[in-house]
Design a binder for this molecule. Structure first.
Ligand code: ADP
Length: 262
């Protein structure tokens, strides 16, 4: 699935002139919480008054429809060329998951996948946005590199867990963005620790301090250490907006958003 080439010029400058900042949310490997971070980061930015869009660029594993509770819903056409983005909690989003059933997307060959990505990028009428958050496909292969080169992004946020393998892959992400001179806004360490529900003790079950060390080694900020928290999983599965619910986990995402918007 890595031999994907985005075959049209992306983006034509005029299409993005109404978008002030494109921010990529990336991870070196799957399952670390990249999409969860992208959604909550987008909602947190929005709760600070920004106009925000969320592009699900994870063609092979789109999770934005589920994270926003929009499974089975479809965008409307604006005209014969452009689609209106979906809207939930005031957040605009576009995902291949809105357009084709998940089981079809997984068997796509490269050219079809790249065409789909082009369509999501160029044929969505995003309108005026302060931020377009892009939930990148996991990994650091051709598709990620090409997207990074073609999108006029302002910066990237890299999500990792404290596990050695995830950190090693996050480091590849840092290297990839450095190679194309894209500023790294910071690292988010997800699943950093677990607060024992019985004794309240902080458990560093995937290891301790890895995100901090990686960030320090590359001179990038560590934006957040987000706990492994059953509410995050449950609320995400419900497609809830837990940024609105002012739960203790919310503050991590809000803090990230404040750093980025300042
Ligand atoms: P990725 O985009 O990196 O593949 P996801 O954001 O889809 O990862 O998250 C993978 C799974 O882990 C999801 O079921 C999600 O609800 C869960 N998850 C992510 N972050 C946390 C967390 N901090 N605490 C608990 N569950 C989490």
């Amino acid at each position: 699935t890595t031999n994907i080439v985005l075959d049209t010029q992306l983006p034509e400058a005029y299409k993005f002139k109404k978008i002030k900042h494109i921010i990529l949310v990336a991870s070196g490997k799957g399952g670390v919480g990249k999409s969860t971070t992208a959604v909550n980061f987008a909602l947190a930015l929005q709760s600070q008054g920004a106009n925000v869009g969320l592009l699900d660029a994870d063609i092979y594993g789109p999770s934005i429809p589920s994270l926003l509770g929009l499974v089975g819903e479809q965008p409307t056409a604006k005209d014969d060329k452009m689609l209106n983005p979906m809207e939930k909690y005031g957040l605009k989003s576009m995902s291949i998951g809105y357009l084709v059933p998940a089981e079809n997307a997984t068997v796509w060959r490269g050219p079809m996948a790249s065409q789909a990505l082009n369509q999501l990028l160029n044929e969505t009428d995003w309108g005026d946005l302060d931020y377009l958050i892009v939930d990148m496909p996991p990994g650091t292969g051709d598709i990620q590199l090409t997207m990074t080169q073609k999108l006029p992004a302002s910066g990237a946020v890299i999500v990792t867990t404290p596990q050695d393998l995830a950190l090693a892959d996050a480091q590849k992400g840092i290297a990839m963005f450095s190679q194309v001179n894209l500023p790294i806004i910071g690292l988010v360490e997800n699943m950093s620790f677990f607060n024992c529900t019985h004794c309240g003790e902080k458990n560093h079950l995937f290891g301790q301090d890895g995100g901090n060390q990686l960030a320090a080694r590359h001179g990038v900020p560590l934006l957040a250490e987000i706990p492994l928290d059953v509410n995050i999983r449950e609320e995400s599965e419900r497609g809830a907006n837990f940024i609105e619910n002012a739960s203790p986990i919310t503050e991590h995402y809000t803090y990230c958003a404040q750093l980025v918007s300042s």
